[in-house]
Ligand binder design. Structure first.
Ligand code: PLP
Length: 366
């Protein structure tokens, strides 16, 4: 009899369905879609400093990267006024989330997160063989009070995405501070701030300051969103020294590639590009929201670079997604986030937003 390599894998992996990305843009394909608003990427791309760093970094791709990512850590540390020893780098912040699950979860352990929360939490928890405690959302956002009450004796991690993907909901730093205060000190709170730079007033250190009094807090950030480096896969975490030490033991020796290290270092110092991207996103958000409301489509409030729209009847997720796709426009279905009557739309550039609004109007008014 042939061996069954599905059955031979860890039992928890049999239930696992792979994460489905928003859709890959093949720039060389002649049939590629006109408008790609499915993966929360920066429509401006990366900035001038990142592009310059990229050209230099390419000359050295035959070398292994700096395994400690020291320069990038120093630059992040300087930018956010924190010691570099508190930083862990990852191949995207996804890797950091998975490292946390790998390090702190196992069978007979659990993690708490909210309904409609970023899907990678469920994947990371399941892969580690642990149990998920999913707390019903309140107004499409995290219900922190119920989340605190849902922490069980075997809970080791709590995940909070702020802003959350896909809903766009946001909690102010004071609410996070209250929450961290209520959580048992041995339970790690993972505050996922992948979209942090889009939040007005993001330059402040309100959540980072909480690290000083809460060694059980981890804050993750990404270079994929506002910095426009999704293809290079660079993310990082701020944490207390003990957690940083453990994450450093579990990560692969060269988990972040050399091009990613150099380009991310340039990107984080590019204040011009950061400011441009924030302003560009705000204008695009206004354009999309007012355009959608004009054609009678309701949206959820969002603090990030995407919005969620309610699907007008008789359409539902599959039919509207397909109709938009036929018009050359790719948006994101979020049925897997328990939101079958909504679609998520990334804020694009002015032309893309217009094309999307025009196509949507034609579909729903036909
Ligand atoms: C809430 C949230 N966290 C983390 C990530 C992971 O981003 P990356 O691995 O590209 O840094 C994403 C990506 O979509 C996200 O939406």
């Amino acid at each position: 009899m042939k061996p069954d390599f599905i059955q031979l894998a860890h039992p928890q992996l049999r239930q696992l369905t792979p994460y489905e990305p928003g859709g890959y843009v093949d720039a060389q394909s002649p049939t590629r879609l006109k408008v790609h608003l499915a993966s929360n990427e920066n429509p401006l791309g990366c900035g001038a400093l990142a592009q310059k760093a990229l050209r230099t970094a390419i000359d050295n791709i035959h070398r292994y990267p700096d395994g400690d990512g020291l320069r990038l850590k120093e630059t992040i540390a300087e930018r956010w006024a924190i010691d570099k020893e508190h930083i862990t780098l990852g191949a995207g912040s996804n890797e950091v989330l998975c490292l946390l699950a790998q390090a702190y979860l196992g069978s007979n352990m659990s993690a708490v997160y909210a309904q409609h929360a970023f899907l990678v939490y469920a994947l990371a928890v399941m892969t580690a063989g642990a149990r998920s405690i999913v707390v019903p959302a309140k107004n499409w956002g995290h219900d922190l009070r119920t989340m605190a009450q849902s922490i069980a004796a075997d809970t080791r991690l709590v995940f909070i995405a702020n802003p959350n993907n896909p809903t766009g909901s946001y909690l102010p730093p004071s609410a996070i501070a209250d929450f961290v205060q209520q959580v048992p000190t041995e339970v790690i709170v993972v505050l996922d701030e992948a979209y942090h730079e889009y939040v007005p007033g993001h330059n402040g250190n309100a959540t980072l300051d909480l690290l000083k009094s809460h060694p059980n807090l981890v804050i993750t950030r990404s270079f994929s969103k506002l910095h426009g480096l999704a293809g290079l896969r660079v993310g990082y975490a701020f944490s207390g020294l003990a957690i940083a030490d453990i994450l450093n033991r579990v990560r692969q020796p060269f988990n972040v590639n050399s091009v990613g290290l150099s380009v991310a270092q340039a990107a984080i110092m590019d204040e011009q590009h950061i400011a441009n991207s924030v302003a560009f996103n705000q204008r695009g958000m206004e354009q999309l929201c007012s355009g959608l409301h004009e054609i009678g489509v309701a949206t959820l409030p969002s603090m990030a670079n995407f919005i969620v729209m309610e699907i007008p009847p008789p359409y539902h997720s599959l039919t509207l997604h397909q109709a938009l796709r036929s018009a050359g426009i790719l948006v994101r279905r979020i049925d897997v986030y328990d939101m079958p009557q909504h679609l998520r739309v990334t804020i694009g550039n002015e032309k893309e937003n217009k094309q999307f609004l025009h196509a949507l109007q034609k579909i729903i008014q036909s």
